[in-house]
Design a protein around this ligand. Sequence first.
Ligand code: NAD
Length: 505
Amino acid sequence: MVQTNDEALALMEFLGVPLSRITIGPLEVKSPITGEPIGQLTPHSNAEAHRAIARARQAHLAWRQVPAPRRGELMRLFAEELRTNQADLGRLVTLEAGKILSEGKGEVQEMIDICMFACGISRQLHGLTIASERPQHRMMETWHPLGVVGVISAFNFPVAVWCWNAALALVCGNSVVWKPSPKTPLTALATQALFERAAARVGGVPEGLSTVLIGGSELARILADHPKVPLVSATGSTAMGHAIAPRLTARFARALLELGGNNAGIVCPSADLELAVRAIAFGAMGTAGQRCTTLRRLIVQESIYGNLVTRLKTIYQSVKVGDPRQEGSLIGPLIDGGSFAAMHNALKEARDLGGVVTGGERVNVDHCPGGYYVRPALVEMPAQTELVRTETFAPILYVMKYKNLVDAIAMNNDVPQGLSSCIFTHDLQEAELFLSAEGSDCGIANVNIGPSGAEIGGAFGGEKETGGGRESGSDVWKTYMRRATNTINYGNVLPLAQGVSFDIE
Ligand code: NAD
């Protein structure tokens, strides 16, 4: 097996990142696959961050004058670069974030999809024409670029989350300054190199339109506090949201928050159990439980509980945990020892609370002694305790029983987070109730599909402690623009609204 560091360096060089940028410096990046270092970077200083924002501001002033469809052309060419390099960038995602190969490649596919979506949107940025109450008047809405958009991203979607934001922000006429997770800076630099190739091809792209800032929380705070950054999109833990959101509110800036989830699935007696089991397996164990939309709570009607749990236990005991570079591995490593400790502690607490745990033990993987590999854990819990109501970012699925669907929906909603949810049923009334105003309180509610793996065409995000933000499809582009209401008088008199008279003669 090629060493992860040799392979990572070779991929970075191939994708166009100068090796000098990633081989000297105090920020050590480790591959979760082996635990060995794959990069040594010099973080950006605070002064460099301020300069990057100033450059991005200038870039925006030029970019906003470029017709939107031309801006869309940049995203089309970027999608081409991503397509050409999908396997390599996807493999780098695997090396740096530990995702299995198909998920690494899938993450790049998501980038391609949102770029194409943004290219289409670039010909559709539109406002309303509204009936005026005054004669010979017209009212309309126009949408204008905002300025510099700050993007703070998490380790678990090291490139797609930036792209969800950047693709829309850029076609809307903004510039972007990106602070990726310090655990995954290599994929960010490689993405930036591909972006620069696309920018060179389209021509006329101002310098500093898209910048990557490597470093930790202090750089995120600079973005949050900077008066020339009107919108910050921040993806990560709810704790990070608590740190960032008040800073944005203090200066009345826009916050697009994509924070922690604690996603549930309800399984009803009429469900197709074969389908449900497959969806639960991917939802709960895929990406080693490190998706914001990972299935973390399963609420099963008591009449089918025994049957379903028996089937799931068999899968949990046999699913292939291993080196994510190898075909056949379905569960790769946790990101680091901190994640492993959090999982270990949660399982200990679950046992103390009467939970019955299947799996959860550390797994030795050949040639990967420094990786934190675990067998996913299925935990039968007597009740939805505080532990269950807390997001532990690891593959733990808490399973609980319900009698009546109304109680199951109440359990679905009785957590601080509100990202994703799903129901497995063939009963129309049950499905519709779950989707109704009395149903799931989450930003995403699915029927006969797990909670994860959203398509880019829909708006993505959640309520409550998940932060309320929406990214990606639908009309989310509006978040990256400012709305102006324009009223035009094409007559010769000046009627006032609401019949007000103000006669100055
Ligand atoms: P994290 O909160 O540790 O870090 C995310 C980003 O925020 C990083 O860039 C980090 O440097 C920065 N950051 C962290 N603490 C900060 C602080 N106090 N001040 C300023 N910046 C700070 O999250 P993570 O461990 O990288 O990712 C996992 C978390 O992200 C999970 O909670 C997961 O649910 C969440 N997540 C949410 C979504 C979503 O769309 N809702 C998507 C992916 C991940």
